[in-house]
Design a protein around this ligand. Structure first.
Ligand code: FMN
Length: 736
């Protein structure tokens, strides 16, 4: 729900909010500039009477003296020869310069307040303020929800680069944005009289006694007021003996007899008028120059939030294939829920959706995260992938929590089909969890849990026949997997390791292949896709449409795409890559893996890897430009044969990109594994974690399990567990 609230006004008001915020940011500098220009005497140093006397001596025709919120004193006079406004030194009353507000500032102010138009512009800006308030509050609620509650609102953020930037900037600016938007909205409401006008109180009209005027410096009522409290002083018309002095202060307005110096009439501001003045000051920062700068800095990030917000929205829309003939969620008889990270499961869902629709069903398809109670649905069919050790893919991460909060079961019956890869220890592990969770709600099971290995179209078709039988219809599912859009890459360098210890492994570096014949390729040349170390590259071996994934050891800015690949007996893709000669080409695509990146900041990082698991970790060390403490525990078989990145690691140690290197070799006399080395170094691990270190583990499943056990034991004296660190994003794994 928060996402809808956030994205609809966000898109509708993107430009408007960006313009008002950017102009607001420019205007916010004004109070600080004026404050620099103004001489501000201490309270008790100058009275209004003393200032008035000095100004009158310097400018005999002076009509009024105004004290701006910044403390700047401006005198106005009307003399047919020399009408004008001047700034005044409050200590001497001398003119310090002409007062000419800048035309540019006036133009920006008009753009900010009314889009250079009149009341329509003001109304639109008012809506902009409401949209900004809604966006800030819903965005904060979304972030809190994503980070696991309000108390974690300032915890580490994970996700894509634009997503992280959006969330980091948004939460840094949240207080300033709420204040600007809420006060802006109140000011708009006052303009359109939805709220009473907060103009300062006006004293009742009065007539002076008519006697000869005292020198202004001797008027008792003016002597009693400090300059710091002055807003405006208007002198009486010298030709009219009944005219009065009008004094406006922060608390109201009074009229003063110029002959006696006595107060004739006075009006105090009421509570609303005082509040209005505060609202104005809090919005503009006038008189509170530092607040203006805080508000300005917050507003300045809004155009960036608008840009990154649009990028996130477009990426999300692009990520989902279009489903034709989608019935509404509340009118469908069959709801398909999809759990996917790389989108291939959406393709299977689209095939199932089309076949069920053709068979006369009203079908609705949506992400598992959006599970609800579907009033007219007779069944829910879940199609879900599994990631990272049996866990949920992106579009299903909130499924369990949402399901638990539903007031009733989503529908009377269910079927679950898992998509996975038998090569992983938890084959279709998440589908199993979902199957059990749905059964626990009391829903009837339509079919036993189905499992599809490596996106097999045949297995999918077979499962479709079973589902059709359960529904009493013929269901022919002919799925043609769409081949991912790939880039062509050429192998430019390779280093081979591990032959002597039965672990043939290659470090492969790819560059873009020669530009193809397409216009785009000819215009822009061949380029690497965009990626960071720790992301994944999907490689399609010749004759296969199912990708194998490898962790990236380089980033786009390195100019090469680097991976470490160990040859697996019978492995189609690992064999193809290990046999690839320099100059050979591959088809590959990049998949972001934002969950496996060093958290931003300068806290230490503990890197643990074995074998090819060192790949992404080497990428993190290579890019450690800020020299944050990074400690690597690395396990291999024999230092003479499969010590990957040996020379680079020595260089990175010398360059202080790497702080400590701890190695373990299993095919030497001492026979140690990386987890044994960590166990011996428990004290170091504990000290680093106590300093806020993040732990990043990459490699095989058994190694990762052993490492988690050893680190868990090392953390026990701190009262910490691996699970607790995982919840905070301080223990991340890339395991295969
Ligand atoms: C990084 C990564 C981790 C994976 N982990 C598992 C796993 O633990 N168990 C499993 O059965 N499949 C696993 N898979 C395979 C995917 O679940 C499978 O390829 C699925 O069809 C992908 O669907 P999607 O493209 O809709 O996300 C993993 C794939 C990748 C790339």
């Amino acid at each position: 729900m928060f996402r809808k609230i956030h994205s609809i006004p966000g898109l509708a008001a993107a430009l408007l909010v960006a313009v008002t915020a950017a102009t607001g940011a420019v205007l916010s500098v004004q109070p600080a500039l004026q404050r620099l220009e103004a001489t501000v005497p201490a309270r008790g140093e100058v009275t209004v009477a003393a200032l008035a006397e000095r100004v009158q001596a310097a400018l005999p025709g002076v009509e009024s003296i105004e004290r701006k919120p910044s403390g700047l004193i401006v005198a106005t006079w009307f003399d047919p020869d020399r009408p004008g406004m001047a700034t005044i030194d409050p200590r001497t009353g001398a003119v310090t310069g002409a007062y000419e507000p800048s035309g540019t500032v006036r133009w920006i102010t008009n753009l900010h307040r009314k889009l250079l138009a009149d009341d329509t512009g003001r109304a639109v800006v008012g809506f902009g303020a409401a949209a900004m308030l809604l966006l800030t509050l819903s965005g904060t609620a979304m972030l809190a929800q994503r980070l696991g509650g309000w108390r974690r609102l300032f915890g580490p953020i994970r996700g894509s680069a634009s997503g992280r930037l959006h969330a980091e900037l948004g939460r840094a600016a949240v207080a300033g944005l709420v204040l600007s938007a809420a006060t802006g909205l109140l000011l708009s409401a006052t303009t359109f009289e939805f709220l009473p006008d907060g103009a300062p109180a006006e004293a009742a009209p009065a007539e002076a006694s008519g006697g000869p005027a005292l020198p202004v410096g001797e008027l008792g009522a003016l002597k009693a007021v400090d300059l710091a409290d002055l807003r405006k002083l208007a002198f009486p018309d010298p030709g009219d003996p009944t005219d009065v002095v009008t004094l406006t202060t922060a608390s109201g307005e009074a009229t003063v007899d110029p002959a006696t110096g006595a107060v004739l009439t006075a009006a105090e501001n009421d509570a609303w008028q005082t509040a209005s003045q505060w609202i104005y000051a809090l919005h503009t920062g006038e008189g509170l120059w530092w607040l203006a700068l805080v508000l300005g800095a917050s507003s300045a990030v809004v155009p960036v939030l608008t840009g990154t917000g649009l990028v996130i929205w477009v990426a999300r829309r692009r990520a989902r294939p279009r489903i034709a003939h989608d019935a509404g969620a509340q009118s469908a008889d069959t709801v398909i829920l999809v759990g996917s990270e790389g989108n291939s499961t959406w393709g299977f869902a689209a095939t199932l959706h089309a076949a069920l629709t053709a068979a006369g069903h009203r079908v609705h398809t949506r992400a598992m995260n959006d599970v609800a109670v579907f009033r007219h649905a007779r069944r829910v069919v879940v199609l879900t992938a599994t990631y990272g050790d049996g866990e949920a893919p992106a579009s299903a991460r909130r499924f369990a929590e949402r399901l638990a909060r539903l007031p009733a079961a989503p529908a009377p019956a269910f079927a679950v089909l898992g998509f996975g890869d038998r090569g992983f220890a938890h084959y279709c592990g998440f589908a199993e969890t979902v199957d059990a969770a749905l059964a626990a709600t009391g829903m009837a099971r339509l079919l036993d849990l189905g499992r599809i290995d490596r996106q097999s179209a045949q297995a999918f078709s077979q499962w479709g026949a079973d589902l059709g039988a359960a529904l009493g219809i013929e269901l022919a599912l002919a799925h043609v997997p769409s081949r991912p859009r790939t880039s062509r890459l050429r192998l430019v360098a390779r280093e081979d390791y591990g032959l002597a210890v039965d672990a043939p492994t290659a470090v492969l570096r790819f560059a873009p292949a020669e530009p193809g014949p397409s216009l785009h390729a000819r215009l822009f040349g061949a380029r690497l896709p965009s990626f960071e170390a720790g992301d994944l590259v999907g490689v399609l071996a010749p004759g296969s449409d199912v990708a194998r994934f490898y962790s990236l050891a380089s980033a786009t800015r390195d100019g090469v795409l680097e991976i470490c690949v160990r040859r697996h007996p019978g492995g189609l893709c690992s064999g193809f890559l290990n046999d690839l000669p320099v100059g050979g080409e591959i088809d590959a695509f990049v998949r972001a893996n934002p969950g496996f990146r060093p958290a931003p900041g300068s806290a230490p990082v503990i890197l643990v890897g074995a074998g090819t698991g060192i790949g992404p970790l080497a990428g993190f060390i290579r890019h450690n430009d800020h020299r944050r403490p990074m400690h690597l525990w690395f396990g291999a078989r024999n230092p003479a044969s499969d010590f990957l990145y040996r020379q680079d690691l020595d260089r990175w140690l010398a360059e202080r990109r790497l702080t400590g290197l701890h190695t373990a070799f299993s095919r030497v006399a001492t026979r140690t594994h990386v987890q044994d080395r960590l166990e011996a170094d428990a004290e170091t691990v504990r000290t680093l974690v106590a300093k806020g270190a993040q732990v990043m583990v990459c490699g095989g499943r058994d190694m990762a399990a052993g490492v988690a056990e050893v680190i868990g034991a090392a953390l026990r004296p701190l009262g910490l567990t691996v699970e607790a660190l995982k919840r905070e994003g301080r223990y991340v794994e890339d395991v295969y």
